[in-house]
Design a protein around this ligand. Structure first.
Ligand code: DHE
Length: 497
């Protein structure tokens, strides 16, 4: 009886507490973060979008605000227990899955500069084939960097929490960005301005652009779908609900463009299927969106992350629970299994020639090793021990070295440089002792390697890729990835695609 009374009291108290938090939310947060917490000028406040934020950090942000953003402090308006209740509230799952279809997308689709309305000549002088986009997570900006002088051409605000590689397209004139909250933003490099945006989902994974510059495909966790956009002004043209063969609705792990196949390749996260969606037919004629069909490839296991070989005939995917599977994209068959412990970060893998064979190297985000695999017979030929697990790997056709970070663990301020022929670590640069260093990208000629110091008081450190000596340091706010237009558009073997 006492227990039942206590339970009744507890349940009633919790319900009252939750409803108080809901009221507080509507009063203080809804205007910027959306009445249903889906995000508006402020980010979405639902567990799916917050999983990199800890509860104590949420309390800190509500109390003190977020510098360099429009988030004000509430410490003088709300009591500590009200702030704690709000923090709990935003980590509470929504009662109903949010609706995000064509009407919602079209209501969130500003087009400040319609396609074709801006001049076709760049406003600045630089080698247009050696520009970098550098994402600065610290205050949600990106810098357009001249890859010859290493001088910034401009710095521009982005949506909150851009994730994944922004995609260069149309010979380097446009770049497409995606935020975790599902905002796709198109930047015109010639005119140094954003031309169109759309919110294509509530919680998005990544986007891909077709090689003809015609289509953008967005992979979403929430809702469960792929969204096809007209790349010119980001008008949504088709939604592909991510429903597996057995009727199970699924999140989409990621989508990539496969240029020689004229298709998008996507992996489903909750059912073992890979999808291929072609945008040109067998006679190489463009297909209208309604005729783009989903080709389903059945897999033995669900893929979290995957890598497409340089010829786009084969896919190597990491399987939940360890190991990796190799899929032949033509036949749709599993052709090999690999013993890769931990969680290889395959979207960051690179390849090169070694003794006449093409090898692939991947960092591992759970194990302190880099695995080198022969792509001819899919044998692991070397496991290179590293001072900690890594996130990103890079090289360049003109460089004898492959670089990886050591993103996790006590040695996160180190980088490792591997000789691509001996497979030995030959240097361990420490660009900023005590600060995480990560993510390398090379200039178009491979002469310089750029490393991010992942810190609010951070920088891009430029190394001579041959002597491994530092040549320049450009201050930036928590720079994450950087993307060289030439290396991306030529699909360099040393970078992600
Ligand atoms: Fe990423 C790329 C998934 C956490 C920074 N990350 C990608 C891609 C995928 C992915 C599928 C490829 C997208 C593309 O470029 O088209 N990332 C995941 C995860 O599943 C994971 C582990 C958990 C999650 O939160 O989703 C994850 N990623 C992170 C981070 O915590 C990082 C370090 C900081 C952040 O921005 O949130 C991070 N991911 C990046 C970066 C890239 C990326 C910088 C682009 C790499 C590149 O150079 O191509």
């Amino acid at each position: 009886m006492r227990n039942a009374l206590f339970l009744l009291f507890f349940t009633t108290a919790t319900a009252a507490f939750a409803s108080d938090a809901a009221k507080l939310y509507q009063q203080h947060c809804a205007q910027c973060h959306h009445p249903d917490r889906l995000g508006a000028i402020g980010p979405a406040l639902i567990p799916q979008n917050l999983h990199r934020l800890k509860r104590r950090q949420a309390i800190e942000v509500i109390t003190h605000g977020r510098p360099a953003t429009q988030m004000p402090p509430f410490g003088d308006k709300l009591k500590p227990e009200e702030i704690a209740a709000l923090a709990d509230y935003i980590f509470t799952p929504l009662k109903k899955a949010p609706q995000w279809g064509m009407p919602q997308m079209l209501a969130n689709h500003p087009v400040p500069h319609p396609f074709g309305s801006l001049p076709d000549r760049p406003k600045f002088e630089a080698d247009l084939d050696n520009l970098f986009v550098v994402v600065e997570l610290g205050d949600h900006h990106f810098t357009l960097l001249d890859g010859d002088t290493f001088e910034p051409i401009g710095r521009f605000p982005t949506r909150f929490a851009v994730h994944g590689g922004p995609k260069w397209a149309s010979g380097g004139r446009y770049v497409y960005f995606l935020s975790r909250d599902g905002w796709v933003s198109k930047f015109d490099v010639y005119n140094l301005t954003w031309t169109a945006e759309i919110r294509a989902g509530v919680n998005a994974r990544n986007l891909a652009v077709s090689e003809d510059g015609r289509w953008v495909m967005v992979a979403n966790y929430l809702p469960h779908d792929l969204v096809l956009l007209d790349a010119r002004d980001l008008t949504p043209v088709r939604i592909f609900p991510a429903v597996g063969e057995k009727g199970l609705s699924s999140r989409v792990s990621a989508v990539y463009a496969a240029p020689p196949r004229h298709s998008f390749i996507a992996a489903l996260k909750d059912t073992p299927e890979l999808w291929e969606i072609r945008y040109r037919d067998g006679a190489d004629r463009p297909l209208p969106p309604r005729k783009m069909e989903v080709r389903r490839l059945r897999l033995k296991g669900v893929l979290d992350d995957f890598f497409l070989t340089q010829d786009y005939r084969t896919l190597l995917g990491s399987t939940r629970g360890g190991g990796a599977q190799v899929v032949d994209l033509e036949s749709g068959r599993d052709i090999a299994r690999l013993d890769l412990p931990g969680l290889p970060h395959l979207s960051s893998a690179i390849t090169w020639e070694l003794n006449g064979r093409r090898v692939l190297a991947t960092p591992n985000i759970r194990k302190p090793e880099i695995d080198v695999i022969d792509t001819g017979d899919w044998r692991v030929i070397k496991r290179i021990p590293t001072p900690g697990p890594g996130f990103f790997m890079r090289s360049h056709e003109n460089s004898p070295y492959a670089w990886s970070d050591v993103f996790f663990g006590p040695h996160r301020d180190l980088m490792v440089v591997i000789d691509k022929q001996t497979l030995e670590i030959v240097a361990r640069p420490k660009p900023a002792p005590g600060k995480t260093s990560a993510h390398v990208e090379f200039t178009k000629d491979g002469r310089y390697a750029l490393v991010s110091i992942w810190d609010m008081d951070g920088a891009i450190v430029v190394y001579d890729a041959k002597t491994l000596k530092e040549v320049k340091r450009i201050p930036m706010k928590k720079p994450s990835g950087k993307y060289n237009v030439h290396n991306k558009l030529t699909r360099s073997e040393g970078t992600s695609h």
